[in-house]
Design a protein around this ligand. Structure first.
Ligand SMILES: *Cc1c(COP(=O)(O)O)cnc(C)c1O
Length: 488
């Protein structure tokens, strides 16, 4: 597999033109607010100089990034393709239709909605589309009305209460689920009565029989699959069977692993699109597009999803929809399949690198893009490990592990992801070296006491470790430059 094919669209072939474009843009910005131009230059330098292992981040191509900086940002286009509440939306129609077409083709979905501004917005659109389809529409029919505005105050109140009194089941936060899957601090947990399924306490894998038993008991209206910190694949065909048993709508939030679906690493039972009624995703994680979200749906749910504006959203970010179209076009190219396969292979190499150095992993390994390291195997909290790694130029984030003894703030885990460094061209050997460097930092880190005894945040990093690891990381980074040839 050639490095060029993996970094296609980000490589030297665009460097001269992209350099000119960015130099000109920064000059224009500088004339108004030089501190922003300065921070923008520094952000590129920082991204180039750090070993970015944050599982939810990536590097979008110059084509995707440049597409966001245009006059589409100025246009209001509430409504949907060909049906807008604003005049003069013909070019936005072109952009949105292209983005939706690329999404449908890429994922093999009957319908795609590309307006959501983020993953959370995509989930809100999906939840309300499910409520509109399953509760509001039949309620209206029963009350003999065509539109909510035709209902009496009393009937509307009845319907509104019914929509606000539904059940949702998702993966628990400490086993890798996401806040938007019904947790109380998030609006999803205030909208729905939620219960959770977890993973097997000994293996760390999803136990489908246990999920089925929990679903049979709770009978949710919506069963959600998807995660942000579970290092394994999910059998969506099985999850759909479980949902069908109780007549639940099956929704998959593939925010994290959409790139692996797009790149055909997850196929058959592991591809959520043929099995779910509704699929949501971000576009900026493993999918490598602009910050944003999108929703895929079956014909049954499409009409309600299509009303995401005005249901949940205001005016779409047309400049971002344009960038989604560019990113999705990139993801439809053969090179993206090679990239996605490399993301999975590299996560595997990272996990193997930890295992052979006796570091503890949740589930013992990975078969997606995430590796979850249990840092209690180094006598540390996640907070201490995260800080010591950052001091050494390795950017990760702390994350709870199942039944975490240190809670959701300090945690006992560090989450690693392979998408970003794979975009830079890192291969299996480099990821093994990353594992070696991480183990070197953590083996040289001691928990330290605070003013009032043991601390879950304070730590002592052994003399010279940070400098040594930074130098080793710099070698890897220099050999695999970010946006090679791009000069500001
Ligand atoms: C990242 C993520 C989201 C939220 O995406 P934002 O764009 O940050 O709103 C939702 N669900 C899952 C599973 C995620 O991983």
């Amino acid at each position: 597999m050639s490095a060029e094919s993996i970094t296609a669209g980000l490589g030297a072939e665009y460097a001269a033109t992209a350099s000119e474009a960015y130099r000109a843009a920064l000059q224009v910005i500088e004339s108004v607010e030089p501190r922003i131009a300065d921070a923008t230059r520094k952000e590129l330098a920082d991204q180039r100089d750090s070993l970015k292992l944050i599982a939810s981040e990536n590097y979008a191509s110059p084509a995707v990034l440049l597409t966001m900086g245009t006059w589409f940002s100025d246009k209001y286009a509430e409504g949907t393709i060909g049906h807008r509440f604003y005049a003069a939306c013909q070019n936005v129609d072109t952009v949105e239709a292209l983005a939706a077409e690329h999404a449908r083709e890429l994922f093999g979905a009957p319908y795609a909605y590309v307006q959501p501004h983020s993953g959370i917005d995509a989930n809100l659109v999906a939840y309300w589309a499910i409520l509109a389809t399953r509760i509001e529409a039949p309620g209206l029919a029963e009350m003999g009305a065509k539109h909510v505005n035709d209902l009496s105050e009393a009937d509307w109140e009845t319907l509104r209460n019914a929509m606000g009194n539904q059940r949702l089941m998702g993966m628990s936060l400490d086993t890798g689920g996401h806040l938007t899957h019904g947790f109380r601090p998030n609006i999803s947990g205030k909208m729905f009565h939620q219960r959770q399924y977890g993973t097997d306490p000994t293996t760390g894998f999803i136990d489908y029989d246990a999920v089925a038993a929990a679903v049979r008991e709770f009978k949710p209206l919506v069963l959600v699959a998807g995660y942000s910190a579970y290092p394994r694949r999910v059998n969506f065909a099985k999850m759909r069977e479980i949902a069908d048993e109780v007549g639940a709508t099956f929704m998959v939030d593939m925010a994290h692993f959409a790139g692996l679906v797009a790149g055909k690493v997850f196929t058959g039972d592991e591809d959520p699109v043929p099995h779910a009624h509704v699929v949501t995703t971000t576009t900026h994680k493993s999918l490598r597009g602009p910050r944003g979200g999108l929703v895929l749906a079956t014909e049954e749910y499409a009409p309600a999803v299509d009303k995401g504006c005005p249901m949940v959203l205001g005016g779409p970010l047309s400049h971002v929809m344009a960038a989604k179209a560019v990113a999705l076009a990139e993801a439809r190219q053969p090179a993206f399949r090679q990239y996605a396969q490399a993301v999975a292979d590299n996560a595997q190499a990272l996990a193997d690198g930890f295992v052979k150095r006796d570091a503890g992993l949740v589930t013992g390994g990975t078969d997606n893009h995430i590796v979850l390291l249990d840092v209690t195997s180094f006598g540390l909290t996640g907070r201490q490990a995260e800080s010591a790694l950052l001091d050494s130029g390795i950017v990760t984030n702390r994350n709870a592990i199942p039944a975490d003894p240190n809670g959701a703030w300090y945690t006992s885990g560090i989450r690693f992801g392979s998408p970003a460094l794979t975009t830079r061209g890192f291969g299996a050997d480099e990821f093994d070296r990353v594992a070696e460097l991480v183990v070197e930092v953590l083996s040289n880190t001691q928990p330290a006491a605070g003013p009032n005894g043991p601390s879950k945040a304070k730590y002592i990093l052994g003399d010279g470790t940070a400098d040594r690891v930074r130098a080793a990381a710099a070698e890897l980074l220099d050999a695999n430059p970010l946006y090679p040839g791009l000069t500001l």
